[in-house]
Design a binder for this molecule. Structure first.
Ligand code: URA
Length: 199
């Protein structure tokens, strides 16, 4: 099976799984983009628009993600985009540890199929998840995004060697305009990292 079919299979199994938040959601928000991408962006959870369309990052935060991608010369053909949670939490509240624990095995399956060289973690939850090596119990001990944004590091994630680039969440800059300069500086880091021949 190629990566497209493998991911479809993961998505079908995820759809039939009895996950928390499924009941109140309209659609599963599994992922979008190129299953053979070398770069994966991971956000937190679907918002209202994503829940309605079943596609990640189609709302206001998605517009910022699109800007980020085009500013570093990338399109959806070059990347894959997914979230920590596969269903929208009501009122866009923060994910609970139990929800993260139940949903992230699906993210792990996605990453194992795609085998990216680079993961850009968007915001606190995705960043702490990857920094902890996928150990949800130790996520709370990990440094927050304000401390680690733009700091590139190699991680060992489930046996895969991946370059992690933590970034502010694209929604954060909608609510906090003072982050824009930092966000733009981080984009330069993304640009130089993805231009290295090691990808
Ligand atoms: N925020 C996220 O983290 N993911 C989405 O899909 C949309 C907004």
């Amino acid at each position: 099976m190629d990566k497209i079919d493998l991911l479809k299979d993961v998505e079908e199994r995820c759809k039939s799984a009895n996950l928390p938040l499924k009941e109140g959601a309209t659609n599963l928000v599994f992922g979008k983009g190129n299953p053979s991408a070398k770069i994966v962006f991971v956000g937190e959870a679907a918002g209202r628009n994503e829940d309605l369309q079943g596609v990640p990052f189609v709302g206001a935060a998605g517009k910022n993600l699109d800007k980020l991608l085009s500013s570093v010369g990338l399109s959806l053909d070059d990347v894959y985009v997914a979230n920590i949670l596969k269903y929208r939490p009501s009122e866009n509240r923060d994910p609970s540890p139990e929800e993260i624990m139940a949903h992230t095995p699906w993210l792990v399956e996605q990453v194992k199929v795609i085998q990216p060289s680079v993961i850009c973690s968007l915001g606190n939850y995705a960043t702490k998840f990857f920094l902890s090596g996928g150990d949800v119990d130790s996520m709370k001990k990990m440094p927050g995004i304000t401390q680690v944004h733009g700091k590139v590091r190699m991680i060992d994630f489930m046996g895969l060697k991946i370059k992690l680039i933590p970034l502010f969440h694209p929604a954060a800059i909608i609510y906090n305009r003072s982050l824009i300069d930092l966000w733009e500086r981080d984009m330069e880091i993304v640009k130089s990292e993805i231009n290295q021949k090691t990808l």
